[in-house]
Design a binder for this molecule. Structure first.
Ligand SMILES: [Fe+2]
Length: 263
């Protein structure tokens, strides 16, 4: 493990819960399908807000920063799963990066503050984790804030041996703006798009914290720099088709997540 990777800043009881979550819900793909080639996770543009100044705290818990006085604002989420190759084999020692907007739709980027908004200084904005021998990774963070022109999304990059293997985005099922999001609609085949729209469910009865599983499937070839910036379609992708109607069944999610829509 890299010395740059810190554990969650969370109590032991929480760690046990996270561990059990990983064990029970850590993957959506069973060994029975390992023999078949998996659909690659589609690429997406890295967008304009990859941090131009990385934070000192870069661990996989974005809800707290080292020395921070309070947790970040927003709805706490956790997501994780396994990093797999197309043959279904777990990939260990890869680095998975996450960067996203805070609860106000602002990024930790010198041009990442949305008009009329302020960045939440308690939100880490960027984090990373190395995959373990089972290929597992996990992040604790918040629902990204909405900003004009996009649906809610997380930015993800996978690196192996310092080389970028995949730049993509993760989406939340049930968000109405998903249907109109041009980047999501341009991502690969319908099967590939479905793979990046995950259901975030309450961690336990009565909890407002949400959790999702997401397995990431990468190929063997590093990305070219222009793929990171452009990113439409993705490996093996086809022209955009009408978006699926994936899992618009998360009751109250919209009320929980969305303030006034900019659309
Ligand atoms: Fe973004």
């Amino acid at each position: 493990m890299s010395t740059l990777i810190h554990p969650f800043h969370i109590p032991l009881s929480r760690r046990k819960l996270l561990h059990s979550l990983l064990l029970t819900t850590g993957g959506i793909i069973t060994s029975s399908v390992y023999a078949e080639a998996l659909a690659l996770t589609p690429r997406a543009t890295e967008g304009p807000y990859y941090p131009d100044h990385l934070p000192l705290d870069q661990d996989n818990d974005l809800t707290m920063i080292l020395g921070g006085k309070a947790p970040a604002n927003g709805v706490v989420t956790e997501f994780g799963g396994r990093l797999l190759n197309v043959d279904g084999k777990p990939i260990q020692d890869a680095v998975i990066e996450l960067w996203q907007s805070d609860n106000n739709g602002c990024y930790i980027h010198s041009r990442g503050t949305q008009q009329g908004k302020e960045r939440d200084p308690q939100f880490q904005g960027y984090g990373k984790i190395e995959t373990n021998p089972k290929g597992e990774y996990r992040f604790r963070t918040i629902l990204p804030g909405l900003y004009t022109g996009r649906t809610l999304h997380y930015h993800i990059r996978v690196k192996q041996n310092e080389k970028s293997m995949l730049t993509t985005q993760l989406f939340i099922a049930g968000i109405p703006q998903n249907d109109r999001d041009g980047i999501l609609r341009s991502m690969g085949t319908e099967q590939q798009r479905l793979s990046v729209i995950r259901e975030f469910k309450s961690m336990s009865a009565g909890s407002k914290e949400l959790a999702a599983t997401w397995d990431i499937v990468i190929g063997h070839t590093p990305e070219e720099p222009d793929q990171r910036g452009r990113g439409p379609g993705g490996p093996g992708g086809s022209p955009p088709r009408r978006r699926d109607s994936a899992a618009l069944n998360e009751q109250n999610l919209q009320d929980l997540v969305l303030g006034p829509s900019p659309f």
